[in-house]
Design a binder for this molecule. Structure first.
Ligand SMILES: [Zn+2]
Length: 341
């Protein structure tokens, strides 16, 4: 049984290829963060190494499937940025050549306990140039039963030479109803919470599942919302201090800052909806009154500009611009004067 929810066309295509023995040696899975790329990659690894005799592979319960799920199968390896990083360590920004050298060596050996060696490279856009070139050599001369699965949210960040060696599979966002159903049925989330999380997840089931496991999700979201309100309502000095604090956070854990900016974008979209009278479409229904309040304090042009500024800041951070400068300019760009429409 495939653990992946939705993505039926991709699963059909892979099942056919695996059955007919026409699988590619390398796949590039693209799609937004937490849409299910890793789950699909592990499903592929299970499908190729499953020990079940049944027609439906992967079975999910044989020793091979279980080992892969638990990360203990010797032929299935996941490579990622900051694989062994501690919470306090500065984040690595590249997947270095050493990891790829190790991979290259083991990929030349026959599978140890399964049918296929499977290498999953998460965030493949972070391969260093040396590492990408080294990987390219391996992809150019595929040997035996080896499968490479590269994952990225941004195909533009992977060198074209590498992409040209891979079969591209684009995962799409799930429908809100699909996510709601999955959260209730597979993760036993109670229905009201599942409904909110499904709306907040923007089609990315992984986000919804992670959020559902946070015991203090409501408190965390309230704290985040309060923080944004404080920034909006404070003067330049406080805003610069907030920028510096977020920039420090960025050097330690980039993903948290991207998530914060994503959340802010969502809120300002909701403020825009409230401003235009489309309250029924507001996604963060848990903050509706606060969002409507902000909608009353800004005019339409200001609200649109804030959304643009937040998105530009996120984009610049992803392009490795100076994080402190980017965040300071974002803070100063959020309109200070409260004007009524
Ligand atoms: Zn199995």
């Amino acid at each position: 049984m495939w653990q992946t929810i939705g993505q039926t066309q991709i699963i059909d295509l892979l099942q056919r290829a695996f059955k007919q023995g026409t699988a590619s040696h390398a796949y590039l899975l693209t799609g937004p963060p937490q849409v299910g790329k890793m789950t699909l990659a592990l499903d592929m690894a299970r499908a190729l190494n499953c020990r079940s005799e049944a027609a439906q592979r992967p079975c999910g319960v044989c020793p091979a499937c279980k080992k892969i799920t638990e990360g203990k199968h010797s032929d299935v390896q996941v490579l990622a940025l900051n694989q062994n990083g501690s919470e306090d360590a500065k984040e690595k920004t590249e997947i270095g050549i050493d990891l790829i050298k190790g991979l290259q060596h083991s990929a030349s050996l026959p599978p140890f306990e399964g049918d296929y060696r499977v290498y999953i490279i998460d965030e493949a856009g972070h391969l260093s140039l040396d590492a990408a070139n080294r990987l390219l050599k391996t992809l150019e001369e595929p040997v035996g039963k080896v499968l490479f699965i590269l994952l990225t949210a941004n195909a533009g960040s992977v060198p074209l030479t590498v992409i040209s060696r891979c079969q591209k599979l684009k995962l799409s966002r799930l429908k809100t109803a699909e996510i709601e159903k999955a959260l209730i049925e597979r993760w036993q989330v109670e229905s009201e919470k599942a409904r909110l999380l499904a709306r907040l997840s923007h089609g990315c089931l992984g986000w919804g599942v992670n959020a559902s496991k946070k015991l203090d999700l409501a408190a965390e979201r309230s704290a985040q919302f309060e923080k944004m309100l404080t920034i909006v309502k404070s003067g330049y000095c406080e805003r610069l201090a907030a920028a510096s604090q977020i920039a420090q956070q960025f050097t330690k854990k980039r993903e948290t800052v991207y998530e914060t900016l994503d959340t802010w974008t969502g809120w300002w979209r909701d403020i825009l909806l409230a401003k235009t009278g489309c309250n029924a479409d507001i996604i963060s229904v848990d903050f509706e009154s606060g969002l409507v309040g902000l909608a009353g304090a800004y005019n339409l042009v200001q609200i649109k500009s804030v959304i643009n500024y937040i998105q530009e800041a996120a984009q610049q951070l992803k392009q490795n611009a100076n994080s402190r400068l980017v965040l300071e300019s974002l803070m100063l760009n959020i309109p200070l004067e409260v004007q009524h429409a």
